[in-house]
Design a protein around this ligand. Structure first.
Ligand code: GLY
Length: 560
């Protein structure tokens, strides 16, 4: 008998992709923390759809992963409905109204050494996460918002047990957490990182989540919570105003759609650079397939070629990309086949390019989190959410329990000066009041006649290259476990080097890549925390896998 997904895949191929529901008969959730995955599954088992489950999962992550994402941050959500329409929810933070391009520079015009774009309340954009919960719940979910926030409220009030990951990241940010008395009170114990197993309670955050459950977005962006937030932020030297909070709006956008070989990929559009960069990399591959360069490509040829694609896409990210409401991004030109053919044509088979000499378009894991959800009727969510660095700005508004993000560092603080991820940028991504900082977060869906997948990862600037390599593995038929665990490498144009995990290359590969002229930079640790749900249309099986680099949990449960 033909499996349900095989029928779907056949229809999908015939329709040239697809309005038919991806009904796998399986509920699946993959997230970076077991408690969050369990909250998502529970939502699916009690009348919720994938959108309810995504809210429940993300709300618990906001409590138990205070270092990654939360109510003081933002993110991008791809929601796919049963009819296969996909909408992107842009819940990116906005720069406060008093922001300006020089706000992080000293009188000499140099970047301030105390790094206010990273530490303390000046680093924080106006959060989008609470608005995303309210918006998605109102328009797409089945259960009341209160039901979807219930697990998070309980865990904030009753507490959760601190794990090793928390300890690692709190140790890394201990200095800034100690500088802010409310952050130290909640996240440290007598100035030290609490021991594994310690119960961490966040009653003020529970109260704020209650307000959101009660009054929707207004419960956060106006009224007592907003007043208290502004008071706490201004008392600590920040510039938020009540008007900034009241003005915050979710934006629904079309995702970027990429067709490559027989795959259809949907991913995040600007102000995430992920979709444009992925579209460019796949576009260059279409213009100049690797087989044309290397009739029998071996592993080093592939690494070299993929690295050169990354270099070129990240260069355009640095030069041209920013919030489209403020910057005229030459999207058509950057995706046009003549431009991409010229870019791909400049890749030399036997030599690493020099980032300084690339030609221009000629116009004008340890932080962040990802969740993937599938419901048995075929609705899908891919969401990447963030407060930027571990524990964001390190500043907690004590009365509201909101830990502020430091996404302002994702702006180009000064043209050409690298941000915390080593990314450079220019005028397109300079700080401006109300603007959304350019992001790399790339929640993604992919469909081929053989497979469908929901994929994404945290990892700062390396998100895009991780998703790129993951998508290629999905298309090449690799097993789900191998896709999330494979050693990673990355090129982002500047610095001009291949950054890689310690185990990414064999000595022979290292030697041969260096012989091509590549500089290799072992980053000394693993990175990323990919959450993947993969459906094989031939077998009808759906698998959910969490990256072994993290402590996440992924569960796929067939529904009777
Ligand atoms: N905060 C990391 C990013 O949005 O790319």
């Amino acid at each position: 008998m033909l499996s349900r997904t095989l029928i779907v895949a056949t229809l999908l191929a015939l329709a040239g992709c697809a309005t038919t529901p991806l009904s796998t008969g399986t509920n699946a959730v993959a997230s970076a923390h077991p408690l969050a995955t369990q909250a998502g599954l529970q939502a699916l088992q009690t009348g919720g759809n994938a959108f309810d489950a995504a809210i429940a999962t993300a709300a618990v992550l906001a409590v138990v992963e205070p270092y990654s994402a939360g109510m003081g941050g933002g993110g991008f959500w791809l929601l796919q409905k049963r009819n296969r329409e996909t909408v992107m929810i842009d819940a990116r933070e906005t720069a406060p109204g008093q922001s300006h391009p020089d706000m992080y520079l000293n009188e000499a015009g140099e970047v301030r050494s105390d790094q206010p774009s990273l530490n303390g309340p000046l680093a924080a954009g106006i959060p989008g996460q609470p608005a995303a919960f309210a918006h998605i719940n109102r328009l797409y979910a089945e259960r009341p918002l209160r039901a979807n926030l219930a697990a998070a409220i309980r865990l904030a009030r009753q507490g959760f047990r601190i794990d090793e990951r928390y300890r690692d990241l709190a140790s890394w940010r201990r200095k800034v957490l100690r500088q802010h008395p409310d952050s130290a009170r909640v996240f440290l114990h007598k100035g030290k990182v609490p021991e594994t197993g310690t119960l961490l309670r966040q009653p003020a955050l529970a109260d704020t989540l209650e307000q959101l459950a009660e009054d929707g977005a207004e419960g956060f962006y106006s009224g007592p919570v907003a007043r208290q937030l502004v008071e706490d932020v201004q008392a600590a030297g920040g510039i938020w105003t009540k008007a900034d909070l009241a003005a915050y709006q979710i934006i629904e956008r079309d995702p970027v759609t990429i067709r490559y070989r027989d795959a259809v990929i949907q991913t995040a559009s600007l102000p995430s650079s992920g979709g444009m960069a992925l579209a460019q990399m796949f576009g260059m591959m279409a213009e100049r397939p690797i087989t044309e360069l290397y009739p029998e490509p071996d592993a080093v040829d592939r690494i070299h070629y993929r690295t050169e694609l990354m270099r070129r896409a990240y260069r355009d990210r640095a030069r041209h990309m920013g919030d489209p409401a403020y910057t005229d991004v030459p999207r058509e030109r950057l995706r046009s086949s003549d431009y991409l053919a010229r870019q791909a044509g400049s890749i030399e088979p036997l030599t690493a390019s020099d980032s300084r000499t690339l030609f221009d378009a000629g116009t004008g894991g340890r932080h962040t989190t990802h969740l993937s959800v599938l419901d048995s009727d075929g609705r899908r969510v891919s969401a990447t959410l963030s407060i930027n660095w571990p524990f964001g700005s390190g500043f907690l508004s004590g009365q509201t329990g909101i830990l502020l993000n430091n996404e302002m560092n994702d702006f180009a603080i000064k043209p050409g000066v690298p941000n915390a991820y080593g990314l450079v940028g220019g005028k397109a991504n300079q700080v401006e009041a109300g603007k959304r900082p350019l992001s790399s977060m790339s929640p993604t869906l992919i469909d081929t006649p053989q497979r469908s997948a929901i994929i994404g990862t945290p990892g700062g600037s390396r998100i895009i290259s991780m998703v790129f390599l993951g998508l290629l593995d999905v298309m090449d038929g690799h097993p789900a476990g191998a896709i999330v665990s494979r050693p990673r490498y990355h090129h982002q144009y500047q610095p001009d080097q291949i950054q890689h995990e310690p185990e990414a290359f064999t000595p022979d590969q290292r030697f041969r890549l260096q012989a091509l002229g590549h500089r290799l930079e072992n980053v000394g640790r693993e990175y990323g925390n990919m959450q993947l749900i993969l459906t094989d249309h031939t077998s009808g099986q759906t698998q959910a896998v969490a990256d072994p680099r993290g402590i996440g949990q992924a569960i796929a449960q067939p529904v009777d």
